[in-house]
Ligand binder design. Structure first.
Ligand code: PEP
Ligand code: MG
Length: 755
C-alpha cells in the first residue's frame, strides 16, 4: 500500500492517464485493476459491477483467476463483497476466512489469499459495484489505506458510469409501459392536489475534471466558490425576509450549514489528496449519501438533504454549468420530480408555477417540506423508482389527500382531479367565510376551538381560522429546527414573538417534549428498546432540570404583563407534576428578584397522556393543577398498547370506541367535579366525527390542527348536542370495536354536516 500522499497522488495520476487513453471499456478496466494492484502493493485487485436484480458480477481482476471474470456473481448481502454493497460501507478483514460473512468461491482461485479490503463504488447515492484488494498475508489494513482505496473507488465509479459497461436499464427496474397511465403510491408529506407537467429537478452537475496537479489553485477555487455560494444564499434569504419566523429559521439553519467547518474541512482534505475541487465536493457528497442510507434517525436524514442541496449549489459555482430545471423555461403548471430536495432548491422555482412535488425519498419533517407547507404546495414522498416511471413532460396528478400519484392519467381522471382542485378552492373559501362565526351548536353550546401550533408560520392560522387561541404550542419543534440547544435569550425572543402574534388570544405552551420519535440532533442518546416508553419528555427534563428551568425562565420573561400558560407532557403521576411545577415557582421567584416584569397571571397545567395519571387524577385535581389537556394521541397509544406510528396496527383500535370514549368521559367528569378546565388537543379533535363525539360527551375546549378548524366548526354549527348526547351515552356500554359507522349514520340522519 502507498505510504504517503505522494504515492497516492502518483497512482491517481496513472489512473487519469488510463481513463483519458483509448481502448474499449473492458480493456481500460483491466488496465485499471492492474494499476491499482501495483500502486497499492496488493496481490489482488478486483472490480465487481452491479447488474440487474442486485447481483454483483466480477468484471475485472488482477490476481484472481481470469476464468472467473463475468462468471463469478454474488447477491447483495452475500459474502464479504455482497456485505460491502449491502451496507455501502468499507470492510477491512485481516483474516477474511474467519469473517462470519465470508463465502468461498473456488473458481476464483482465492484459496491463497487471507486478507481482504473492499470499498463500495458509489454514484449518485447508489452502490454500483465494489472494489476489493486481497493479500496472501494476514494484512492489517490501516485507515490511511482505506482512504486511498475510497478515493480510487470514486475515480473508478466515474469511469464505470461513463463507460456504460452495464446497460442503463439494468440499473433500475422499469415498471409498466412508459406510455400507459400509471398509479403510484407514496407518503403524503404535504396535502393538497396538483395537476401539471412532470419536470425533472436534475440537480446533478456532471463532474468531468476529477484530478488536479495544482492543489493550491484548487483550494483557491473552492474558497471563491464558497464565497459566491454564500453570497447567493444571503440574497435569497433577504428576498424571503417578509416571511416570518420559523420558516426563515429553516433557511438560516441552511445558511449555517454553508459555514460548517466539518463539511468544508472534508472537502479540503480530499483536494489535498489530488482531487479537483469539484471531485472533492462530489466525493464528500457521495460519502454522505451512502451514510444517509444507513441513518434511521429522521431528523439527521433531513439535515443531510440540506448538505446535499449545498453540495449541488457549490458544484454549480465551481463548474459554472449544470443549472437546475428552475433556471430553464418552465411550463405553467409544474410537477417537480426529484430524488430529494433541499429548502433552497425548492425556493429556486417560481412558486406560482409549482403545482406539486414528488420525491423518491423525503420525510415529513424535512426542511423542503416545511417550506412547501408555507407555500401550500402538495408534496408526495417515498415514491420508489419515480424516474423510471415518469418521464419529463408526462402529465401528472399529485393526490396529496391519498398519498398517490397518477402518471399520464386519462382525460377523465385528469378532469376529476381538476374538479377536485376547484372544489377544494371553493371549500376553502367557504371555511374562510366561517372564520368570524363563533362555534355555537344549534342548541346554543359554545365550544372553544383552539389550534395546535409549533412553527411561527402556524401562528398565522389564528387569524386565518378565527380560532380562540393556541391550545397546544409544541415548543420542541423550534428546538428541532436548530442545530444547537437554543439559549434563554433566543427562546425568550421566540416565545415573545409567538405571544405577540397571538395578540389577546391565549397560548398554552407545552414544555419540551423530546425523545420517542422526536430527536434533537445535538442530543446524543443511547438507543432504547422501547423509545416511546423510554427516557423521553418530562422524564428527560426532570432529570436535566437546567434545560426545563431555562425554558421556563424564557417563558416567564416573554410573558411579562400577560398571562403565562404552561403545561407538561407525559406526566404519569402527581409527583412528576409537583416536581415540574416547583421549577416554575422557583423561576418565578428568581425572575422577580431580578426585577423581570412578571406575567399578569400564571396558569400551570398538565397534559394527560399516560393512563396511570387517570387513576391519580383525583389527587392531582386536589393538588391545585390549573388545567388539564388530554393528549389523545399518546393516551390512546398507551391505553390500547398500540404504537401510534405503526401503520400495520393503525386499524386495530379506534378512539371512537366504547373503551376510549368511556375513558375520556371519566376524565371529563372528574375535572368537572373539581371545576378544573379540561381540553383535548390530540389529533382526534381535528376530525369532525370524533369532535362530534367529544362535544356530545361534554368537552367544551378542543385544540386542533388548523386544517380541521373549518370542517369541525361547520359540524358544530349544524349540530344539536341535546339530540346527540343521549345517543353517544348509549354507545358507551356497547360491545363494539368501533362505533364509527353507527355515529356517522346517526349524524347523517340528523342533518349534521361532516366534511
Ligand atoms: C398527544 O399525544 O396527543 C399530543 C397532543 O402530543 P404529541 O402529538 O405532540 O405527542
Ligand atoms: Mg403526546
Amino acid at each position: 500500500m502507498p505510504k504517503g500522499e505522494k504515492d497516492a497522488r502518483r497512482l491517481l495520476g496513472r489512473l487519469r492517464d488510463v481513463m483519458a487513453g483509448g481502448g474499449g471499456a473492458q480493456d481500460r478496466l483491466n488496465r485499471v485493476v492492474t494499476l491499482i494492484a501495483q500502486g497499492l502493493g496488493t496481490d489482488v485487485c478486483s472490480c465487481y459491477v452491479m447488474r440487474a436484480g442486485e447481483v454483483l458480477e466480477l468484471f475485472a481482476t488482477e490476481g484472481l483467476s481470469q476464468d472467473a471474470v463475468h462468471q463469478t456473481r454474488m447477491r447483495v448481502g452475500e459474502g464479504l463483497i455482497g456485505e460491502i454493497a449491502a451496507k455501502a460501507q468499507p470492510l477491512m478483514a485481516a483474516d477474511a476466512w474467519s469473517h462470519p460473512s465470508f463465502s468461498y468461491r473456488p473458481e476464483t482461485g482465492e484459496d491463497v489469499y487471507r486478507s481482504l479490503a473492499g470499498v463500495p463504488l458509489i454514484r449518485g447515492g447508489k452502490v454500483i459495484g465494489v472494489l476489493a484488494v486481497q493479500n496472501k498475508d494476514n494484512r492489517d489494513y490501516q485507515d490511511f489505506e482505506q482512504e486511498v482505496l475510497e478515493t480510487v473507488a470514486m475515480v473508478l465509479s466515474e469511469l464505470l458510469a461513463g463507460a456504460k459497461l452495464v446497460h442503463e436499464h439494468e440499473l433500475g427496474t422499469v415498471a409498466g409501459n412508459a406510455v400507459l397511465p400509471l398509479r403510484l403510491e407514496g407518503a403524503t408529506l404535504n396535502p393538497g392536489i396538483g395537476v401539471g407537467i412532470a419536470v425533472y429537478h436534475q440537480p446533478e452537475v456532471h463532474v468531468t475534471r476529477l484530478l488536479a496537479d495544482d492543489t493550491d489553485s484548487e483550494l483557491a477555487r473552492l474558497r471563491d466558490a464558497l464565497r459566491e455560494m454564500r453570497r447567493s444564499i444571503d440574497s435569497m434569504l433577504a428576498e424571503q425576509r417578509h416571511l416570518a419566523g420559523e420558516y426563515t429559521d429553516v433557511l438560516e439553519t441552511f445558511r449555517m450549514f454553508a459555514e460548517d467547518k466539518g463539511w468544508v474541512g472534508r472537502i479540503t482534505e480530499h483536494i489535498k489528496t489530488g482531487l479537483s475541487a469539484e471531485a472533492a465536493v462530489r466525493k464528500v457528497d457521495d460519502d454522505m449519501r451512502a451514510r444517509m442510507a444507513q441513518v434511521s434517525d429522521p431528523y439527521l436524514r433531513e439535515r443531510l438533504h440540506d448538505l446535499e442541496d449545498l453540495a449541488n449549489r457549490l458544484l454549480r459555482h465551481l463548474t459554472g454549468d449544470g443549472s437546475t430545471a428552475a433556471m430553464s423555461d418552465l411550463p405553467d403548471h409544474v410537477i417537480l420530480i426529484c430524488r430529494s430536495l433541499g429548502p433552497a432548491e425548492l425556493l429556486d422555482y417560481d412558486p406560482s408555477r409549482l403545482r406539486g412535488v414528488i420525491m423518491e425519498e423525503g420525510s415529513p419533517g424535512m426542511h423542503a417540506v416545511i417550506v412547501a407547507k408555507a407555500l401550500d404546495i402538495p408534496v408526495i414522498g417515498q415514491v420508489p423508482s419515480i424516474f423510471q416511471r415518469v418521464a419529463p413532460l408526462d402529465p401528472v396528478v399529485v393526490d396529496g389527500e391519498h398519498g398517490q400519484v397518477f402518471a399520464r392519467p386519462g382525460e377523465d381522471v385528469r378532469g376529476a382531479f381538476l374538479d377536485g382542485v376547484k372544489a377544494r378552492q371553493q371549500r376553502r373559501a367557504f371555511y374562510h367565510a366561517l372564520k368570524d362565526k363563533p362555534p355555537i351548536t344549534r342548541d346554543g353550546k359554545r365550544i372553544k376551538l383552539m389550534i395546535n401550533a409549533g412553527l411561527m408560520m402556524d401562528m398565522g392560522n389564528l387569524a386565518e381560522t378565527g380560532a380562540d387561541g393556541v391550545g397546544l404550542y409544541r415548543t420542541e419543534i423550534p428546538f428541532m429546527a436548530r442545530s444547537s440547544l437554543p439559549s434563554v435569550d433566543s427562546q425568550t425572543q421566540l416565545y415573545g414573538k409567538v405571544l405577540e402574534m397571538a395578540g389577546d388570544k391565549p397560548v398554552t405552551f407545552r414544555t419540551l417534549d423530546v425523545g420517542g420519535d422526536k430527536l434533537l440532533p445535538y442530543w446524543q442518546r443511547a438507543s432504547e428498546d422501547n423509545p416511546a416508553l423510554g427516557w423521553r419528555s418530562i422524564r428527560i427534563t426532570l432529570d436535566r432540570p437546567a434545560i426545563l428551568r431555562a425554558q421556563i425562565r424564557a417563558l416567564i420573561r416573554a410573558s411579562g404583563g400577560r398571562e403565562l400558560r404552561v403545561m407538561f407532557p407525559m406526566v404519569a403521576n402527581v409527583a412528576e407534576y409537583r416536581a415540574a411545577r416547583a421549577l416554575v415557582d422557583l423561576e418565578l421567584v428568581r425572575e422577580a428578584a431580578r426585577g423581570t416584569r412578571p406575567p399578569e397571571r400564571v396558569r400551570v397545567g398538565t397534559m394527560l397522556e399516560v393512563p396511570s395519571l387517570v387513576w391519580h387524577l383525583p389527587a392531582l385535581l386536589k393538588d391545585g393543577v390549573d388545567f388539564v389537556s388530554i393528549g389523545s394521541n399518546d393516551l390512546m397509544q398507551f391505553t390500547f398498547a398500540s404504537d401510534r406510528g405503526n401503520p400495520r396496527i393503525a386499524g386495530r383500535y379506534d378512539p371512537l370506541s366504547p373503551p376510549a370514549l368511556s375513558l375520556l368521559k371519566r376524565i371529563l367528569d372528574l375535572c368537572n367535579v373539581a371545576a378544573v378546565p379540561v381540553s383535548l388537543c390530540g389529533e382526534m379533535a381535528s376530525r369532525p366525527l370524533e369532535a362530534l363525539a367529544l362535544a356530545a360527551l361534554g368537552f367544551r375546549f378542543l385544540s386542533l390542527a388548523a386544517p380541521g378548524m373549518g370542517p369541525v366548526k361547520q359540524m358544530l354549527l349544524s349540530t344539536d348536542l341535546s339530540e346527540v348526547k343521549p345517543y353517544v351515552m348509549s354507545l358507551l356500554d356497547q360491545p363494539d370495536v368501533s362505533v364509527r359507522s353507527k355515529l356517522r349514520t346517526f349524524a347523517k340522519d340528523h342533518g349534521i354536516e361532516l366534511a
